[in-house]
Design a protein around this ligand. Structure first.
Ligand code: DOR
Ligand code: ZN
Length: 352
C-alpha cells in the first residue's frame, strides 16, 4: 500500500518570534525549512522601532539563514507613542517593513515600551490606513482589574471596536486569537479585519497548563482558554473563511527561563507546526481547507503573491514522536508537545 501524501502550496507564518543572537541561529532553520515567508515580531530588547532598526535586524536574519534558503523574513515595527508616521511610511513604501505591531504597554514579553494611550498613535494609524499597511494587534487589555482570562474579550469592546470605527479601512490583524468572542468579532467585520491562529491554541485548552500540576511549557500569552473557545478557533481555522490564517506565535525561551517561579510566556512550536495543524484539519474532516489556512488566506490579506513552492506531507501509520528538545550551549529548548497523536510529517519541500 502506498503512503498517503498531501501536497500543499508552501505555507507562510504570519506571526513568529525569531529572537536574535544564538537563539535566532538555533530556531531560524526550523522556520526557513517549512515556510516561504514569516512576519517577524519586533519585541527584541531593545525593540525594533524604526525602519533603520528593521533593516539591521533583517540583515542579522539573512546572515543566519541556511545557505540557499528561499525564506523571506517580513519585518515589522514596534509601535510606540514616539513612532514617526513618516518613518513608517518610508519603511513600507521602500519594502523594508511590512506591518506595524501594537503591544499595549505591559501586555506581554518586552512590551514595556508599547502603547499606553492609543490616541497618541492616531497620526501613525492615519498614514497606515492611507497606504494600506497592516496593523498587527496584541489584543489584550492590561488593566489589573480585568481577569487574565477575560482580557481579550474586554479588549475587543474597549479598544478594538473604537479603533475599527475611527479607522474603518485600516487593515487590522487580530493576532493569536484565543476566544470565541474574538472569532465572532472578526466574523462580524468587513474585509479589513483578519486574525492569526496558533497551532497551540488549536489543540490545547487551559487544562493543559493547570491540571495535574502547573505546566510552564503550556504557558503563553494570551493564555489558552476554556474548551468552548478552542472549539471556536478550530471551527474558524477549518472553515476556509479567508479572514483566518496561520501564525505560529512560536516564541522560544530557554527551559530554565520557563521552568521558574516566574516563568516566561511563550511556546516553541515551529519544528512541528505543520504536523500538528494538518492533524487538526484531518481530525475535523477538513484537509481540503488546509491550504487556505496555511498558504492562501494570509497572503491575500497582506496583498502578497501566493508562494511558488510546495510542501509534501505524509501520513504515517503510527503516531510520531514529539521532536526532541534543542540542545544549545546556553541550555535546552523544549518543543511543543500537542498532547495528542500526530500522524502527519513533512516529507519534502519543493522550492521553485
Ligand atoms: O507567549 C507569548 N510570548 N506571547 C507574547 O505575546 C510574546 C511572546 C514572547 O515574545 O515571548
Ligand atoms: Zn507573539
Amino acid at each position: 500500500m502506498t503512503a498517503k501524501t498531501l501536497t500543499i502550496t508552501l505555507p507562510d507564518d504570519w506571526h513568529v518570534h525569531l529572537r536574535s543572537g544564538a537563539l535566532l541561529n538555533a530556531v531560524l532553520p526550523f522556520s526557513a525549512r517549512h515556510f516561504g515567508r514569516a512576519i517577524v515580531m519586533p519585541n527584541l530588547q531593545p525593540p525594533v522601532v524604526k525602519t533603520a532598526d528593521a533593516l539591521v535586524y533583517r540583515q542579522e536574519i539573512a546572515a543566519a539563514l541556511p545557505a540557499n534558503s528561499h525564506f523571506q523574513p517580513l519585518m515589522t515595527l514596534y509601535l510606540t507613542e514616539q513612532t514617526d508616521p513618516e518613518d513608517v511610511k518610508q519603511g513600507f513604501l521602500s519594502g523594508v517593513v511590512t506591518a506595524v505591531k501594537l503591544y499595549p504597554a505591559g501586555a506581554t514579553t518586552n512590551s514595556a515600551a508599547g502603547v499606553k494611550n492609543i490616541e497618541a498613535v492616531y497620526p501613525v494609524l492615519e498614514v497606515m490606513e492611507a497606504i494600506g499597511m497592516p496593523l498587527l494587534v496584541h489584543g489584550e487589555v492590561v488593566d489589573p482589574e480585568v481577569d487574565i482570562f477575560d482580557r481579550e474579550a474586554v479588549f475587543i469592546e474597549k479598544k478594538l471596536q473604537p479603533l475599527r470605527v475611527r479607522f474603518p479601512k485600516l487593515k487590522v490583524v487580530f493576532e493569536h486569537l484565543t476566544t470565541k468572542d474574538g472569532v465572532d468579532y472578526v466574523k462580524s467585520c468587513a474585509q479589513y479585519t483578519a486574525a492569526t491562529l496558533t497551532p497551540h491554541h488549536l489543540v490545547i485548552n487551559r487544562n493543559a497548563m493547570l491540571v495535574g500540576g502547573i505546566k510552564p511549557h503550556y504557558y503563553c500569552l494570551p493564555v489558552a482558554k476554556r474548551e468552548i473557545h478552542r472549539l471556536a478557533l478550530v471551527e474558524a481555522a477549518t472553515s476556509g473563511d479567508a479572514r483566518f490564517f496561520l501564525g505560529t506565535d512560536s516564541a522560544p525561551h530557554l527551559d530554565q527561563a520557563k521552568l521558574s517561579a516566574c516563568g516566561c510566556a511563550g511556546i516553541f512550536n515551529v519544528a512541528n507546526t505543520l504536523s500538528i495543524v494538518t492533524q487538526v484539519f484531518e481530525n475535523n474532516n477538513a484537509l481540503n481547507q488546509l491550504e487556505r489556512f496555511t498558504s492562501y488566506n494570509g497572503a491575500r490579506f497582506y496583498g502578497l503573491p501566493i508562494n511558488q513552492g510546495q510542501l509534501v506531507l505524509e501520513r504515517h501509520n503510527e503516531p510520531l514522536p514529539v521532536p526532541e528538545a534543542l540542545s544549545l550551549s546556553q541550555g535546552s529548548l523544549t518543543v511543543f508537545d500537542p498532547l495528542m497523536p500526530v500522524y502527519w510529517a513533512v516529507k519534502q519541500v519543493i522550492t521553485p
